[in-house]
Ligand binder design. Structure first.
Ligand SMILES: [Zn+2]
Ligand SMILES: [Zn+2]
Length: 747
């Protein structure tokens, strides 16, 4: 059952009762689409969209004509046509907040216009949604109800979104066609002037490094850069500027004025801290931090000075800065200038609405405080697990709560950062639609949007998919369920959720009548297959079923061009190669391959993943076991060792740390709770994909070491073998790898 036509039928009954304008009857229409004699590009685009979608729905293709060519025929009047001007509608629309739309009946005509170019186009989409029941669900799904008679009640409608900046970083939200239809207007969209442009920021964010670059200034003026532990530190990550240095301010003012000159169309200019931490610890900067009770103190004062210069020369431009990482707390004394936008970055748990969660990192409090201080506040909201894009992430209800919270606390723009690197993100289509609709009109009922989406997108499988979503909702209500920007899903997702979801979704797939729909259901199943291949034993994937499931995983990846399982370089091939290796046949001399990481049960591991490591130009398989700050990270295998007549039973492996560890890692191997081997390693090597700065000095080549343990005394027994790593005092960048660990018979 499809909701959209039903709703349209409801409207039609109302329309006919109101004795209203009949636009199309049985495929025939007197109407045309009138555009100004000199239409902007977005009005031409809007006319084509209106013509195409009305034709698809009713069979009537309304001609598009310039207003000087149209005299008597009733019309849709797009943009600033004379008849709309005369009726005073242009002035009315211009008074709406940014991107607002106005739809009004003028006699037999219907005027569709907006506050700006985007609004002109959006008015057509809003009209199609409200009065024709069209739904722009996803890049691959627009619902257009087929109707015979298209009649309209008298209309006097206007709306402006409370969020003037609306962005959701899903891969499929970027093409301009879908972004415009879903009224997403952020800089990552490909919206050009044909669809009324977008909200541009210059630069996007983290601009300190562009204002004062390491290359240009570090050698001659180290004092421009932040002091950390007595040393000046420069770079794009974990390095900031000394914001009380007067030369830094002078250079920044000049730079921002130059940016504005060079980018006249951008409304917003960004002056914001670099990624990571590392604020300046010099006496002058620290004095302000202490005075303001916040690390944002020096930032706010610095940005205000720049904003004053901008206001004088460019009163319509905005200066944006972040409140992020170390600077989310607002300063006690200094208020942002009127032309400053604060982009506050969501911190803490996003699992179920930060307001309800003790792990919200004071976020609700900071929103309240900031929104009282500023004219414009944007939110950078996280909604994905960046370490596991594809893993289940049951936070739909939380996402909705947070979007509603923001608007009720004076927030003016939201960016929801999600799986932005690849198609195929977990529930990406539904999340994108839900975000876009709620950003446009947060008063909407999110559950109604969800149902409407599922019935349109999953058609005959909708009821099963809705049941599956309810399962996720209930799961997120568990008191111990939380979610962050990067988290280990094996900590939070239990076997029951995986098996129940797969059961319901298998039913949904059986109900699906065609390959398009079957593929959509496969995408929904991916998160649970991902869990099964991450911990085969724990999530109940039997050896004999694994090849079949792996084939479907590969087909789903290929069909949807999925390129990433986590944030970073393209990594889907690596992930698949790791799984392939786990299910390939073992060489004769290999008794057990510890690369079959799904066979292990894990405790207290920050990460436990199959990876690949470059070792002197050769690619080697590895298990990444990242320790938590406290205690041993433990992976336990139950292994039946064969009896041997001659030779030795040997466990062989290498170890390496592939990031810039601070104090090293202790590796150890235990059999039946007896430690047989250990090593404390402080040397490390950086990989091409390293997070650490590329200019770090590469340490000596003893980062890689090889080891053997004699297991001959255990031949013929079933053993509990434990791989352990310990962070010592500090677990940052403790990327501890076991290289090709296996048990072999040596002759
Ligand atoms: Zn300083
Ligand atoms: Zn929570």
């Amino acid at each position: 059952m499809n909701l959209a036509p039903l709703m349209v039928a409801g409207l039609l009954i109302f329309a006919v009762q109101a004795q209203s304008a009949v636009v199309v009857r049985d495929g025939h229409s007197d109407y045309c689409i009138v555009i100004p004699d000199k239409p902007g590009p977005e009005i031409k685009y809007a006319a084509a969209e209106l013509q195409g979608l009305v034709a698809k729905s009713t069979g009537a293709r309304l001609p598009i004509v310039k207003e000087s060519e149209n005299s008597t025929a009733p019309a849709f009047l797009l943009g600033p046509c004379c008849r709309s001007v005369q009726a005073g509608l242009i002035d009315q629309a211009a008074k709406l907040p940014e991107d607002g739309v106005l739809i009004k009946t003028l006699g037999r005509d219907i005027a569709l216009l907006g506050q700006n170019g985007r609004g002109n186009l959006y008015s057509v989409y809003v009209f199609l949604e409200k009065y024709l029941g069209v739904r722009f669900l996803a890049i691959d799904c627009t619902i257009v109800p087929e109707i015979k008679t298209f009649a309209l009640p008298p209309i006097d409608y206007s709306h402006a979104p409370p969020y003037m900046y609306r962005e959701t970083l899903y891969w499929d939200s970027f093409p301009k066609e879908i972004a415009a239809r879903q009224r997403l207007n952020g800089p990552f969209t490909k919206c050009d002037e044909s669809v009324g442009g977008k909200i541009e920021f210059h630069p996007y964010v983290h601009s300190f490094q562009e204002i004062i670059s390491k290359e240009e200034y570090f050698d001659s003026h180290p004092e421009y850069f932040g002091l950390q532990g007595g040393k000046r530190v420069a770079g794009g990550v974990h390095a900031q500027l000394c914001l009380t240095n007067p030369d830094v301010l002078k250079i920044a003012k000049e730079k921002v004025l130059k940016w504005i000159e060079e980018n006249p169309n951008a409304p917003i200019f960004d002056v914001s801290q670099n990624d990571g931490n590392g604020p300046c610890e010099c006496d002058n900067c620290m004095a302000i931090v202490n005075e303001e009770g916040s690390q944002h103190g020096p930032i706010m004062r610095f940005v205000n000075e720049i904003a004053d210069v901008v206001a004088e020369k460019y009163p319509d431009k905005w200066v944006e800065t972040l409140a992020y990482a170390y600077s989310t707390k607002p300063p006690a004394i200094t208020r942002p200038r009127d032309n400053v936008i604060i982009r506050l970055c969501h911190a803490g748990c996003y699992g179920h609405g930060f307001e309800d969660c003790g792990l919200g990192a004071n976020f609700a409090e900071y929103i309240d405080q900031w929104s009282k201080l500023t004219k414009r506040i944007f939110i950078w909201h996280y909604a994905a697990n960046f370490a596991h894009y594809i893993a289940p992430n049951p936070n739909l209800a939380g996402l909705v709560k947070d979007l509603k919270y923001y608007v009720s606390h004076g927030v003016n723009g939201v960016m929801v950062q999600s799986d932005y690197q690849s198609p195929g993100g977990e529930l990406a289509e539904l999340r994108q639609y839900l975000c876009a609709q709620l950003m446009w009109d947060p008063a909407q009922d999110p559950m109604k949007l969800r149902v409407e989406f599922c019935r349109g997108y999953y058609k005959e499988a909708a009821e099963d998919v809705l049941e599956y979503l309810r399962l996720l909702d209930n799961y997120a209500e568990k008191p111990d369920y939380h979610a962050f920007g990067a988290w280990d899903p094996t900590d939070k997702i239990n076997r029951g959720l995986v098996s129940d979801s797969l059961l319901i979704l298998s039913r949904a797939r059986d109900a699906a009548g065609d390959d398009v729909l079957r593929n959509r259901i496969d995408k929904l199943m991916m998160p649970f297959w991902y869990m099964q291949f991450t911990r085969q034993e724990r999530y109940g994937l039997r050896d004999e079923d694994a090849p079949k499931v792996l084939l479907r995983v590969k087909q789903t990846i290929a069909a949807n061009k999925i390129t990433h399982v986590r944030e970073g370089g393209e990594n889907i091939k690596e992930w698949i190669a790791g799984i392939d290796a786990q299910f390939s046949e073992l060489p004769n001399n290999v008794v057990f391959d510890l690369m079959r990481i799904g066979k292990a049960t894990t405790e207290n591991c920050f990460a436990w993943e199959a990876r690949f490591v470059e070792r002197h130009g050769k690619t080697v398989r590895s298990v990444l076991q990242h320790p938590n700050p406290i205690g041993d990270a433990i992976a336990t295998y139950r292994i039946e060792l064969p009896k041997i007549d001659k030779g030795t039973l040997t466990m062989q492996f290498g170890t390496v740390i592939t990031e810039k560890t601070t104090d090293g890692v202790r590796f150890s191997v235990e059999v039946d709770d007896k430690e047989l081997w250990s090593q404390t390693k402080t040397s490390y090597t950086l990989q091409k994909s390293s997070n650490s700065a590329q200019d770090s000095i590469l340490p000596d080549s003893d980062a890689f070491t090889d080891h053997k343990i004699d297991l001959t005394p255990y031949a013929g027994k079933t053993i509990q073998l434990k791989l352990k790593v310990n962070a010592l005092k500090d677990n940052s960048y403790d990327w501890a790898n076991w290289l090709e660990p296996e048990i072999v018979i040596e002759n």
